[in-house]
Ligand binder design. Sequence first.
Ligand SMILES: CC(C)(COP(=O)(O)OP(=O)(O)OC[C@H]1O[C@@H](n2cnc3c(N)ncnc32)[C@H](O)[C@@H]1OP(=O)(O)O)[C@@H](O)C(=O)NCCC(=O)NCCS
Length: 380
Amino acid sequence: MRELGHDDIEQVSRLSQLSFGYRSETAPSELRGMFGIDGADGRLAAMARVRSYEQLWGGRRVRMGGIASVAVHPDARGQGHASVLMRSLLPLMRSAAQPISALFPTGVGVYRPVGWEVVGSLDDTRIATRDLQPAGPPGAVQVRSAGPSDAATVAALYAGLGLNGLLTRDGEEFPSAEEALLEHDVVALAELDGSAVAYATYARGSGYREGSELRLRDFVHRSAPAAGALLRSLASWSTVAPTVLWRGPTTGLGLHLSRAVPPPVQSQPWMLRIVDAVAAVAQRGFLPDVDADSAFVLFDPDVADHCRPWRLRVTGGSGVLEELTPAADLPVLHVRGLALLYAGAADVAALLRAGLIDRPVPGLDAAFSAAQLPQILDYF
Ligand SMILES: CC(C)(COP(=O)(O)OP(=O)(O)OC[C@H]1O[C@@H](n2cnc3c(N)ncnc32)[C@H](O)[C@@H]1OP(=O)(O)O)[C@@H](O)C(=O)NCCC(=O)NCCS
């Protein structure tokens, strides 16, 4: 595997368009974080990109390698190129201090054998716009369109969400986050007594009859009245946009509506891999009132440094994973099981049923206890 550079732009552009089925007149201008494998004929056979993100876990930032643009030329498929590529990215991410990695798979079969596991999904749900109308009269929260001077306020509301898994939307992958925010057709900002308490971003879509649809991106609120005011502003579109395509979880939304939210019309699962377990535990936060202590052997087919006995201690909101001197008869935890625990997407009982741990480990559930499933609201 080699890092791709300026000379590869044309091949990368062709392989992307072929693999993902779009046409573009303009080639990518840079190949930052792109790696590839050349075939025997010297042409680019496989490629992948590692994006440099930070994800929130337990309220702290954890550096995350976001894998995107994985593609193998049709002539080179079924020969193990994708596996080699993913395995080769692991030491790179470790040396780039990215202890975890996430990706949106088109097929989990490629990534599961190399240690990624499905821990969440980014859903789109189609909801009748009129069903968003909250019961009761409007309250004191006012909704207005945000302008350039509100960008930092909106970013702070997003950051305040604090959900596990959220991308921090800053750093090199979000070079102009404030400008991007204002590119949405509507950025609705809700205020109470002049203080921002909620916002929603959405695309208006086209037309004004059947089939016209708002495409909601963010819906962030700090209180029930703030949510109600925003929902009222969304529902006001019902005469010209009969549906809203709602991106992201709807569990919270459902608590504000008098009708059940329909099931998603599209789900994009995402997978997590623990690339460097010691750093992944050290960087994240844990629940402050948890005290946990557990020991296990980690099994990882692709990261030799992981394959040893470990002691995990969590106290005061922080965790540490320390190497244990070899001890006989410790439970064995698969690295995919660790990804599920880390994300709060499964407990030890579920790992036992999935064969990702060979016997119960006291303390593990307490250490990673999560109140809700993790969320990424940005597709990459
Ligand atoms: C998906 C793709 C990257 C696989 O590349 P590849 O080099 O043929 O894959 P490999 O030969 O390395 O196979 C690796 C593993 O994935 C599995 N796999 C390969 N293609 C698969 C598919 N379409 N569905 C499910 N599993 C698949 C293989 O069985 C193998 O599993 P194993 O290690 O247990 O034997 C390639 O088919 C491709 O470019 N497809 C179009 C673009 C795309 O889907 N990219 C992925 C974006 S997330």
